[in-house]
Structures are given as C-alpha cells and as structure tokens.
Design a binder for this molecule. Structure first.
Ligand code: G6P
Ligand code: MG
Length: 217
C-alpha cells in the first residue's frame, strides 16, 4: 500500500520556477545570449551548478571553475531578490486542500528538493512544519535526475520506494522518481512529462483518493 507522498518544492508547492527562470535568463542575457521557456524545461529540478553547465553549453561557452562559482552566486543573489517578497499567498492553488486530505488519510510526507534555498522558502510561505521529513540541496550529493533526493526521503520516513508517490513538475524530477522505483504524478503538460505515471495540470485538480486509486493498481 501507499504510505507516503514525496513532494518537489519549486513548481509543485510554490511557483518559484518562474523566478529561477528569470534569474537564469538575466544571467544568459548578460553573457550575450537568450534562453527560451522551452529550453528552461531542461533546467527545472536540476541543481544550481548543473543548470549553469547546461546554460553555458547552450551558449557555446566554457569558463574556469572560479568564474562559474561567481556566476552561480550572482544568479542566486538575483533569485533571492525575486523571492524575498514571497508570502503564504504564493502557495500554489490546491496545495492547502490537498495537504489536509493527505493528513486525513494518515499518509507520511517528505519534501524532495535539490534547492539549497528550500528551507528558507518553506519558512517564507509558513510551511516549515508541513513535512515529516525534509531533504534539500544541502543533504544530497547528486541532483535530479538521480533518485537520491527521493530515496533519502523514503529512508528517513522508513518506507519502501513502492510505498511512495512522488509529485513533480520537472522532467528531471519525474525521471528521478521513476529511477527510485516510485509512482510519479507529473504536474504540468503530458507532452512534456512523458515518463510520469499520471499527469495533471496542478494539485488543484487532484484528490488524494484519485491518486491512491491510480497508484495502487
Ligand atoms: C530546484 C529548481 C531548480 C534549481 C534547483 C537548485 O530543483 O527546480 O530550478 O536550479 O532547485 O536550487 P538552488 O536554490 O539551490 O539554486
Ligand atoms: Mg520543480
């Protein structure tokens, strides 16, 4: 049976995905090229340094590590400026209702985000106490699509992978959940999240009962 739900943060609980994109786009623009929204799908769920490598390759650039550290820090500063005014009003539609259903169903919850800013974001939106376990970018050595962030979450909750459902908006995150042996709900477009077991536009259009029914067959 399903015992735990594991949630990505950016683009699932809160719409920070747009701010990551804006900050990366600003960086690319300063380097002399642009990144499209379609290209940005490749960055979702991917760690800060891996994202920078993908962007630099896209722009046909190679830079020394020192310069890369500098650019990554610059992007993060812009990102922090963008999220600094966020409040609980920025929690995505349907999240509160979905979480009350999750608790009524006695399911365990974990956050599985490769963002090093995840604890700060949870604090800002008042959701620091909403999860039984929190795995963020400071607790893992490999970012998505590696399954580490989710397998660590399952281990901390003391459940098996096949007892977990993962909620993800990113191609790399869906792949991470599948490689971890979990049922994956993709939140977004079925044309993009092709590896997901079930796709919905957002948590707003899902109920816990629906998910449990589909994940338990
Ligand atoms: C999440 C986001 C990515 C971001 C990554 C690292 O996975 O979807 O866009 O690059 O976290 O975030 P950080 O806050 O550590 O730079
Ligand atoms: Mg995400």
């Amino acid at each position: 049976p399903i015992k735990a739900f594991l949630f990505d943060l950016d683009g699932v609980i809160v719409d920070t995905a747009i701010y990551h994109y804006q900050a990366w786009r600003r960086l690319a623009n300063e380097l002399g090229f642009d990144i499209s929204e379609e290209f940005n799908e490749r960055l979702k769920g991917v760690s800060r340094m891996d994202s920078l490598d993908i962007i630099l390759a896209h722009g046909g650039m190679t830079l020394p590590d020192e310069k890369k550290e500098e650019l990554a820090a610059q992007k993060n500063q812009w990102y922090l400026d963008l999220v600094s005014r966020m409040t609980s009003d920025d929690i995505l539609p349907g999240v509160a209702t979905f979480f009350s259903q999750v608790h009524k169903a006695n399911l365990l919850t974990a956050l599985g985000s490769v963002s090093k800013n995840a604890p700060m974001i949870l604090e800002r939106i008042g959701m620091s106490d909403a999860f039984d376990a929190i795995i963020d970018g400071t607790k893992i050595s490999k970012g998505k699509p590696d399954p580490e962030v989710f397998t660590k979450g399952a281990a901390e909750l003391e459940v098996d992978p096949d007892e977990c459902v993962v909620f993800e908006d990113a191609v790399a995150g869906v792949e991470a959940g599948k490689r971890g042996g979990m049922f994956v709900v993709g939140l977004g477009s079925p044309d993009v999240l092709t590896q997901a077991d079930l796709v919905a536009a957002s948590l707003d259009v899902l109920t816990v009962d629906d998910v449990l029914a589909k994940a338990s067959v």
